[in-house]
Write a protein that binds this ligand. Structure first.
Ligand code: FES
Length: 616
C-alpha cells in the first residue's frame, strides 16, 4: 500500500479539487506549454533575446566585466549563462518584524528559480516597517516605489519577485514594477498566526486600540497591559486582521499579480514556503514569455480590486494606494468608482476590525478564492493573471468551508457599503468613511466641532475635562494630511476623551485629513481633501461650528455660511514650508492630495516612455 500511495502522491496535478488553498496553488501552477496556449499571441524568448543576455552574453569588454564579477561572487558560467536573471526584491530588515521570515523565504524563492532554470539574485530594498518608521511608513512609500523602479530598470533583470507584506510594501513595489514594467510576480508575506490571551482570541492592531481604550477607561491594569505585549503579535507575518496588509495582498492577488490562493496562506504554514518556491518558478516562466505588469494590471483588474476591497471589508488605505497604482498606468480611477462599487457589493468576510474572525480563520474557511466564488457576477472574470490564466480559472471551484467566516451572498455581513466616499463643503475633493466599522447611529449625525490644530495639540488637550466634550461632539483634527503631518499618518482614529471612555462611550464622529490603520474602527471620516495644511476647508473649522455627517446622503457639511467662511479664509495664513532640502523637500514639492493617491507628480504616467536604458 505504501508503494501505491507514493505513486499516487507523485502524480500531478491531482484530479479532484482540494479544499486547501495551499494545494490549489500547486494545482493551478500551469506548465509553460499550457501558459503559451492561454497566451497564443506570445512567443517564448530565445536566450539571446533575454535582457540579461545583453549584459552577460556578448564577446566584448563590458560583458567580460559582468561575467568576471559574477564569478567573483562564486558563480560559474553554467549558473547564469542562457538563463533568465530573476531579481528578488527583498523588503526584509531587523525592524520590520512582519517580514522576519523573509530571510528563509528568499531561499525558498531562489530554490524555485533554480528549479525552473533561472538565475536568482537577491536585491534588498527598503523595508517599510509600519511600526517603527516615523512619522509614518506612508511618508516613504513613494521612496520605496522609486527605489524599486530604478532597481528594476538598472539591473539586468528578466523578471522580478516582489516580496511584500507589511502595509506599504505591497503598493510601493507594485507602483515601482508598473513604472519599470519589468515582468513581476508578488510573493505575499502572509498573515501572522492566530493567538489568544486569557482565553480570548486576539487581533493584532485592532485589539491594541481596544485594550488601550479599556486601560484609558481604568478597566485594565498596567500588569495586564504589559502581559498583553507578549501575546498580541505571536509569529512572523503581517497583521492578521483585514487591515491594510491583508487588504493589499488580497488585492494584489485579485489583480492577477500572485499565484492563485497565495495571499491567504499564513506566514508560518508550510504551504507558504512551497508557495514561495512556486512563485520563483513562475517568475522564470514570466521572464521567458516577457509578460509585463502593464498587461496584467488594466482597467478590469483595478475594478476587480475595488469590488474585492468592498467584499472583504478592507482597509480605507487601499483607496489611496489603488489611486496611486492606477496613476502609474493609463487607467483613470476616481473616488466615485469606489463609491459606485461599494453600493453594489456585499461584505462577505467576517473579519476584524469590521467582523469577528482573523486571517487564519479566513484561510481555513477557503481563503480569498472561496470568497470571490460567491460574487462571480461582480467580477470581470476574463482578466489575466501572472499564471497566464484568467481570474475565472484562478478562482476555479473554490468552496466556502465555514459560512461564519466567509458569508454566503444571501446572508452577508453587510449587504453593501463597506466604504463610503463623501463630499460637501468640508471636503470638496472627497473623504472616506468605513461605515461597517462604525456605530450605526453615528452615520447620520450633527454635532458641534471640537477642533485641534495638530496632533501635539490633540495629545495635550483631549483629556482635559475643561473642554467638557460630550458624545455628541465632532472631534476635528487639522494638519494631519499628506503635507500637514507630513505623510498622512494613521492618526484618524482620534482618541475619545478618557472621561467619556469611563462613562462608556466607545465611538464618536471624528474628522481629519489623516488616514486610519486598517486595523482601526469607529465613525472616523478620513482623507479629507484638500487637506487643511494647504488651506482646505478643514482649516477653517472653529470650535462650536455645527458639522453634519450624512453617510447615506454621502455628505459632509460644515453648517457655516459662505460669507463667514470667506471671511475666515481671508484671514488664513499658509504655514511655512517644513523642509528646505533632502527627501522632505522633494516630498513637499511633489506629493499629491489623498484623493489623487499621494504619489509624486513626476512619477505619474505609465512609464512606457522610460524603457530600460541600453548598456551600450
Ligand atoms: Fe506590519 Fe501590521 S505592523 S502589517
Amino acid at each position: 500500500m505504501a508503494g501505491e500511495c507514493e505513486k499516487m502522491c507523485l502524480r500531478e496535478p491531482r484530479p479532484t479539487p482540494s479544499r486547501d488553498p495551499v494545494v490549489r496553488v500547486s494545482l493551478l501552477l500551469i506548465p509553460l506549454n499550457s501558459l503559451l496556449k492561454r497566451m497564443p499571441s506570445r512567443t517564448r524568448l530565445a536566450p539571446e533575446q533575454l535582457r540579461s543576455h545583453r549584459y552577460l552574453g556578448p564577446d566584448d569588454l563590458r560583458s567580460f566585466g559582468h561575467r568576471s564579477r559574477q564569478k567573483q561572487a562564486g558563480f560559474s558560467t553554467e549558473d547564469f549563462s542562457g538563463k533568465p536573471m530573476i531579481g528578488i526584491l527583498n523588503t526584509w530588515n531587523d525592524l520590520i518584524s512582519c517580514h522576519a521570515h523573509f530571510r528563509q523565504r528568499v531561499e525558498d524563492i531562489k530554490r524555485g528559480v533554480w528549479q525552473a532554470g533561472g538565475f536568482p539574485v537577491e536585491i534588498p530594498v527598503m523595508g517599510l516597517s509600519e511600526t517603527f518608521m516615523k512619522p509614518t511608513s506612508m511618508y516613504y512609500r513613494n521612496f520605496l516605489a522609486m527605489e524599486a523602479e530604478e532597481v528594476l530598470r538598472t539591473y539586468p533583470l528578466d523578471a522580478a519577485v516582489l516580496m511584500v507584506g507589511c502595509d506599504k510594501t505591497t503598493p510601493a513595489l507594485l507602483m515601482g514594477a508598473l513604472s519599470a514594467d519589468v515582468p513581476s510576480i508578488v510573493m505575499p508575506g502572509g498573515p501572522m498566526n492566530r493567538t489568544s490571551w486569557h482565553g480570548e482570541q486576539l487581533a493584532s492592531g485592532t485589539d491594541v486600540w481596544r485594550f488601550w481604550a479599556e486601560r484609558g477607561a481604568g478597566r485594565m491594569s498596567c500588569e495586564a497591559w504589559c502581559e498583553l505585549e507578549d501575546h498580541i503579535a505571536a509569529s512572523p507575518g503581517h497583521c492578521m486582521t483585514m487591515g491594510t496588509a491583508s487588504t493589499m495582498t488580497a488585492l494584489a492577488e485579485v489583480m492577477g499579480m500572485t499565484l492563485a490562493g497565495a495571499s491567504s496562506i499564513p506566514a508560518t504554514h508550510s504551504g507558504h514556503a512551497r508557495m514561495a518556491a512556486m512563485t520563483g518558478r513562475q517568475a522564470v516562466e514570466l521572464a521567458w514569455l516577457n509578460v509585463k505588469p502593464s498587461e496584467i494590471m488594466n482597467r478590469a483588474s483595478f475594478e476587480n480590486a475595488i469590488v474585492t476591497l468592498m467584499a472583504i471589508g478592507g482597509s480605507t488605505n487601499a483607496i489611496v494606494h489603488l489611486m496611486a497604482m492606477a496613476g502609474r498606468t493609463n487607467v483613470e480611477l476616481t473616488l466615485e468608482d469606489f463609491d459606485r462599487f461599494s453600493q453594489t457589493t456585499p461584505v462577505l468576510a467576517n473579519l476584524r476590525p469590521a467582523g469577528k474572525y482573523v486571517m487564519g480563520d479566513f484561510f481555513d474557511a477557503g481563503g480569498l478564492n472561496a470568497l470571490l466564488a460567491e460574487i462571480p457576477d461582480l467580477l470581470q472574470l476574463e482578466a489575466m493573471t501572472v499564471e497566464g490564466q484568467t481570474l475565472k480559472d484562478a478562482i476555479g471551484d473554490a468552496k466556502i468551508w465555514n459560512e461564519e467566516v466567509i458569508c454566503r451572498r444571501n446572508k452577508p455581513l453587510c449587504s453593501m457599503g463597506s466604504l463610503a466616499v463623501l463630499k460637501g463643503n468640508l471636503a470638496p475633493d472627497g473623504c472616506v468613511i468605513k461605515p461597517a466599522a462604525a456605530e450605526a447611529p453615528l452615520l447620520q449625525h450633527t454635532g458641534p466641532a471640537a477642533v485641534f490644530r495638530d496632533y501635539p495639540d490633540l495629545k495635550a488637550r483631549i483629556d482635559d475635562p475643561a473642554l467638557a466634550l460630550t458624545k455628541d461632539h465632532v472631534i476635528v483634527l487639522q494638519n494631519a494630511g499628506p503635507l500637514g503631518a507630513p505623510g498622512i499618518p494613521e492618526w484618524g482614529m482620534l482618541p475619545i476623551p478618557k472621561y467619556l471612555l469611563q462613562a462608556g462611550v466607545r465611538d464618536m464622529v471624528r474628522i481629519s485629513d489623516a488616514r486610519m490603520s486598517g486595523t482601526s474602527y469607529g465613525a472616523c471620516v478620513l482623507h479629507v481633501s484638500p487637506e487643511s495644511y494647504v488651506g482646505g476647508p478643514l482649516a477653517l473649522v472653529q470650535d462650536g461650528d455645527m458639522i453634519c455627517l450624512d453617510v447615506a446622503g454621502r455628505r459632509l457639511q460644515l453648517i457655516v455660511s459662505d460669507v463667514e467662511l470667506a471671511e475666515r479664509r481671508s484671514k488664513w495664513v499658509a504655514p511655512d514650508p517644513k523642509f528646505s532640502r533632502g527627501y522632505g523637500k522633494l516630498y513637499f514639492d511633489e506629493t499629491t492630495q489623498a484623493n489623487e493617491g499621494c504619489d509624486f507628480r513626476f512619477l505619474h504616467g505609465d512609464g512606457s516612455q522610460d524603457a530600460p536604458p541600453s548598456i551600450y
